[in-house]
Design a protein around this ligand. Structure first.
Ligand code: TXA
Ligand code: MG
Length: 336
């Protein structure tokens, strides 16, 4: 089993930083989801991430950097990025530290394995105090940036607690994986990703930072992604999938189906905002009315419902509106 340490102990942070510096893997809490972290400058350490996740090695990883005291983000990303457009700096100023990843033209020879062969690099400064402490401590040991995809096996639901990470990588021993337990992630879904490598901002993955916020912060229209966008595994149609089949339905048809099935609906779990009636024994779980609250619990709820052994998870389609974009995107992929 992986080693799980309480992140409120400063000695645990230092132990995790030493693991990173030695080329090991660390389960790192961030404000979005837990990441599976390794030294972005160490090719074999980064190879360990791909191997543990079962992720194809041409799928690029995000490099995480610690916050800067002077707020000079352009200088902070300069060791990784060869060119940082003004609109990207405006976005860093507005949203860093926080749940926004920027794809920037990569400095040749830097973080090549982490970038999965792309000539760009994804960079993010997380807002979580444990992630920040770990990144700063690792830097003191010579680690400039930490590559970290979500700490789940390829194609599975992202982890939002240390227990989820331990479950995903139960096959790894305590010397192969150290997990810092920083509690449940407050955002709950992965960062918004904006491509800043093409001269204009392009949305690659929706998240809690919305298009309207992005456009307001940089004063440019945010384009939708198209076929020319770089590969992003979080953008595969089928991703974030629990074992059970997920289906999105409106409240009306959901109620009709539950009425028809009666007690036979016991092999189905339901996650819905609307108050629904179901026969005894049916797993009914209420979805919050608030998008941020739903995002926070979404992956944990999918894991919980999956663990009941049901074959189907029926989810009420989230409402229209940009604040639900991130949740809707993850649910559509879970259902694909
Ligand atoms: O919130 C998050 O972003 C979390 C936490 C741990 O920071 N990380 C995360 O990583 O979600 P991951 O690997 O599960 O998703 C990162 C996404 C992938 O879809 C990847 O393809 C994309 O970012 N990405 C990273 N670098 C890229 C690049 N150079 N070009 C295009 N896409 C890139
Ligand atoms: Mg992921």
């Amino acid at each position: 089993m992986p080693l799980v340490l309480n992140a409120s102990d400063p000695a645990a942070i230092e132990q995790a930083a030493l693991r990173l510096a030695a080329g090991g893997l660390v389960g790192m809490p961030t404000e979005t989801v837990y990441g599976l972290a390794a030294d972005a400058g160490n090719a074999s350490a980064v190879g360990g991430i791909f191997a543990a996740k079962g992720r194809p090695s041409d799928h690029p990883l995000i490099v995480h950097i610690p916050p800067v005291a002077d707020g000079d983000w352009r200088a902070a990303v300069a060791p990784l990025a060869r060119d940082v457009p003004d609109f990207a700096v405006a976005l860093m100023n507005a949203f860093w530290p926080g749940p926004l990843t920027l794809i920037l033209p990569r400095r040749p020879g830097v973080a090549a394995v982490a970038a999965g062969g792309q000539d760009s690099v994804g960079v993010r400064c997380p807002a979580h105090p444990v992630a920040q402490a770990l990144l700063a401590a690792a830097r003191a040991h010579g680690v400039l940036g930490v590559a970290a995809p979500s700490a789940n096996r390829f194609g599975r639901v992202s982890p939002t607690t240390a227990a989820h990470v331990a479950e995903e990588f139960a096959a790894l021993g305590d010397e192969q994986l150290l997990i810092l337990d920083g509690g449940a992630c407050p955002v709950g879904i992965e960062s918004t990703i904006v491509d800043g490598s093409r001269g204009f901002p392009v949305l690659l993955r929706p998240g809690m930072v919305t298009p309207a916020q992005i456009e307001a912060a940089c004063g440019l229209p945010l384009r939708e992604r198209d076929e020319t966008a770089p590969r992003a595994s979080g953008t595969l149609a089928s991703h974030y999938a629990p074992r059970a089949r997920v289906r999105l339905m409106d409240a009306g048809p959901l109620q009709t189906a539950l009425d028809l099935l009666g007690a036979q609906a016991r092999h189905i779990a339901v996650y819905a905002r609307s108050p629904l009636r179901a026969a005894g024994g049916v797993h009914l779980r209420r979805m919050p009315d608030d998008a941020a609250q739903t995002a926070q619990e979404l992956f944990a709820v999918l894991r919980e419902l999956d663990a009941t052994g049901v074959k189907l998870i029926w989810v009420e389609t989230p409402p229209a509106g940009a604040d639900w974009d991130g949740v809707r995107d993850r649910l559509q992929r879970a259902a694909a």
